[in-house]
Ligand binder design. Structure first.
Ligand code: GSH
Length: 206
């Protein structure tokens, strides 16, 4: 298998952390420089016409895009340690938590940065500053909601570390580009959770 990916981007990092947590070795990496538009080359578009990384190329040549789909595939191939649930109920609740952090936290963070940060101008053209600012507000609202949620649970999906923690962490770490840190925003539970995730060896992937 080959992972088509890039450095310092939140969705590729989700898959990197997932692979690290699983202890999977031997997946070759092909790294694209997004700022140089390498992911818009004909050879990459043949793998994902939506021009987005990551993409996992299977040994038979088929290409799997979408971070969560890649994680689902790897979870099936490498069931231990389990990160996506062991029975129908747990799987559904972890998926719920993962989708919530993806759509309500990671997405506004990404939109906020893409539309306000000069470093992302090459990818998001044109940038809409007002939209970017409104997404910053959404990011803060979601961060507060997840901070409150962590009053009654240790991890995003409940009492154990799962894929939802990886998704939320990759989003929040990307938010540092916008100088957003849970601790600075007075979100003590989210900050403590972030430090718990950051302490895991898988967080060293970037
Ligand atoms: N829904 C996709 C999103 C992938 C995505 O947006 N990737 C970004 C990097 S984090 C990208 O490829 N950006 C390139 C661009 O915007 O042109 C997933 O979960 O993998």
């Amino acid at each position: 298998m080959k992972l088509h990916t890039s450095l310092r981007a939140p969705n590729p990092r989700r898959v990197d952390m997932f692979i690290a947590e699983k202890g999977i070795h031997g997946i070759e990496k092909v790294v694209y420089d997004l700022n140089r538009q390498e992911h818009r080359s004909a050879s990459f578009l043949a793998r994902n016409p939506l021009a987005r990384v990551p993409v996992l190329e299977l040994d038979d040549g088929r290409c799997l895009a979408e971070s969560r789909a890649i994680c689902t595939y790897l979870e099936a191939l490498y069931p231990e340690p389990n990160l996506m649930g062991v029975d129908p109920t747990e799987r559904a609740f972890i998926e719920m938590a993962d989708r919530q952090v993806e759509f309500f936290l990671l997405a506004p963070i990404a939109n906020h940065i893409r539309h306000t940060h000069p470093g992302l101008a090459a990818l998001e053209n044109p940038q809409f500053a007002d939209f970017g600012a409104s997404q910053g507000t959404r990011m803060l609202e979601a961060a507060r909601t997840f901070d409150e949620r962590l009053a009654s649970r240790e991890w995003m999906a409940g009492d154990r570390y799962t894929v939802a923690d990886i998704t939320a962490f990759c989003g929040l770490e990307f938010a540092r580009l916008a100088k957003f840190k849970p601790a600075d925003a007075g979100l003590a539970r989210l900050a403590a959770w972030r430090d718990r995730v950051a302490a895991r060896p898988s967080a060293a992937t970037a």
